[in-house]
Design a protein around this ligand. Sequence first.
Ligand code: MRU
Length: 320
Amino acid sequence: MRWADDTLIALNQRALPLKEEYLSLKSVDEVVEAIGVLTVRGAPLIGIAAAYGLCLTTNLGDDALFADSCRRFIDIRPTAVNLRWAVERMAGFRTRNLRCDNLRELMIEEARRTHAEDAEMCVRIGESGNSIVPEHCRILTHCNAGALATGGIGTALGIIYTAHFSGKRVEVWVDETRPVLQGARLTAWELSKAGVPYKLISDSMVGHLMAQGRIDLVITGADRVAANLDYANKIGTYSLAVLAKYHGIPFYAAAPSSTFDPACPNGKSIVIEQRPENEIRYVGQSQVAPSDAPVYNPAFDVTPHELVTGIITEKGILRP
Ligand code: MRU
């Protein structure tokens, strides 16, 4: 993602891995839509997109209009707290600079800083997480918490890249992550590009692999971490945590401080986003269920802190 000529240029993640296509987003409507349909996705990246997107508000001096843009970004995906975090940061910055003639330029600089700081946090998460990765390690990750999901090298994948490029023998198990296949489409694409050894599996294979002793460590990303370290992440994360506990496998989440919500006491208070029914009835473009099959499609689940070995942040590792 980058900003150029009053436009947010974003890789279209819906088209991956078949096509590498960049979209030019020129209005608040277009950025909100891109976040809603997962063209741009991943908790830190949607926060960064919202920060840039707010700069596209037609009249930044108009309080009501700006508040409307803020509300639309916060509401579009309710689980990832990074959206609210970025909107509050930009809104506070705007208030402090409201009287400046060059408000738009200043806001764009602040959005760029938000982006650059996220990249820096990814590097530090990679470094602190590398300390828990043994010299030879078979790591399971879920969904995509990589460069595609952040402003930098990623959180969970940032740790994997750091371990791999520091010379450790890292092998990654990538689960597909139904319904929209972020593992198969995005994490596999990223790891292929980086030359990190991995194998793709279906979500249903994880228990079998753990029972065979072929997974040493699990690292996922996070969308919101509550004050007691319960955390929301892509649907399926909780099942992996239960399996890891049963098999005695260390289970970590990786997240920057922008993903922490200290006002949220525990996982029960986290709102879970519901996604369109056709994400379940279809795999990609292919329909795999009756058109009228009743569907339930929560995008995230909550993993209670009892199942979490630690949360790896840019400031070190938190243990519940
Ligand atoms: O629905 P998505 O693809 O935005 O969900 C992404 C995840 O659940 C990631 O694990 C999380 O946002 C962390 S990304 C560093």
